[in-house]
Structures are given as C-alpha cells and as structure tokens.
Design a protein around this ligand. Sequence first.
Ligand code: S3P
Length: 214
Amino acid sequence: MAEVQLRRHLALVGLMGSGKTTVGRKLAARLGRPFIDADEALAVTTGRTVRQWFDDSGEAAFRAKEVDVLAQLLASDDPSVIATGGGIVCTEAGRALLNGPDVTVVWLRASPAFVANRVAQKANKDHRPLLDADPRVVLDRHAAERNHLYAEVADLVVDVDPVHRDVDKPKKKLAEMVFEAFSQIDAEKAARDRAQLARAAADAPATAPGGSQP
Ligand code: S3P
C-alpha cells in the first residue's frame, strides 16, 4: 500500500499568557517545522493588527477572520506548529477545525492567577485589547468560559504552572514534554489512519486500472 500522506499540524491552545508562542517556537525548532503565530498571520494577511480588528470591526468580525486564517494554515501541506489565539475555541467553526483530521491539539493549561501575573509584565497593546481591563478579572472569566472548550478540542493537556515552579528553564522543558507526547500521539494517529485506509481499500469493489475493459 502507498504511504499515507499525513498533514499533521500541531496547534497549541490555551489562555493568553500560557506560553503558546514561546513554547511553540521551541517546539517547531525541535520538530524541524515552521512556526506560525496565528494572530501574527492574521495581521500580516489583513494588514490590520488584532486591536484594529477589535476597534474597527468588533470582536465577532475578528473571531470570524481568525477562523479563516486558521483554516488556511491547516490547509497547507507543509506540517507546521501553530500558536492559536486564546479565543479560537469560542466559535463552533474554530472548534470544528481543531477537531478535524489535519491537526493534533495541545492545551497549555495554566491557572488564571499564573497567566495574569505573566501578562502584567508584557506589552499587550496591539495584540491583546481584552487586557485593557483588569487582567485577573478577564482571565478568571476566560478560564471559566473556555477551559471546557480547550478540553473538548485537546488531544493532549500539559499543565504549565508546576513546570514554571519546579524547573530552571520551564519553556524549554514544556517544549520537550510536548515533543515527546506529540511524537507518540502522531504515531498512534498515523497507525489509525493507515488501518482505516486499508479497510476502505479492502471494502472497495475491485476495478481494473484505467476503468472497465471493452
Ligand atoms: C485573545 C487572545 C489573543 C488574541 C486576541 C484575543 C483571547 O491571542 O487573539 O487578543 O480572546 O484570548 P494570545 O492568546 O496569543 O494572546
């Protein structure tokens, strides 16, 4: 049987500040794949920052556009590592993409207290308009509204807080943990796909190459 062509992207999901971009970059280097930050891709392809989308068109328009951008990224044949925006799970269309066959999803699960502390030390101006309000309040709400949605799309969950507490280079460690688990999941998914293809080939009616003979 011909080798199955896999398009197995890896997408990181999680709250703002959970480390999707930094961990994703390290992970991509480890896997020898391109890294794509979905918010950056959105800004480049539309010529408008995330803040401009929120200010000029509103959150709903931004959410629709971020789904479009993710769909384009997942359609690429070149397997990549994608850091998604924290709210990608808020739309049914976003979750459907993440539940689709072309991507393995890793949830970097972090507590709102931990991420609120981290985002407070960062410049959030162009990228995180929702953090103009009190970050702790926003992130508590996001955790309450979204954690079950992250869980719904995730193939793998990695807890971020303990790694930051216990390890010297937490981002490097997190990338390594995801790398190990992803390799395992990917091999299992590939085996399942191959088995499914083999079953489909066995069930298909035999046809002579080039169609029926005269
Ligand atoms: C958002 C997260 C941001 C960005 C936008 C909205 C959210 O991405 O997409 O500001 O609703 O959680 P990061 O998670 O990369 O910060």
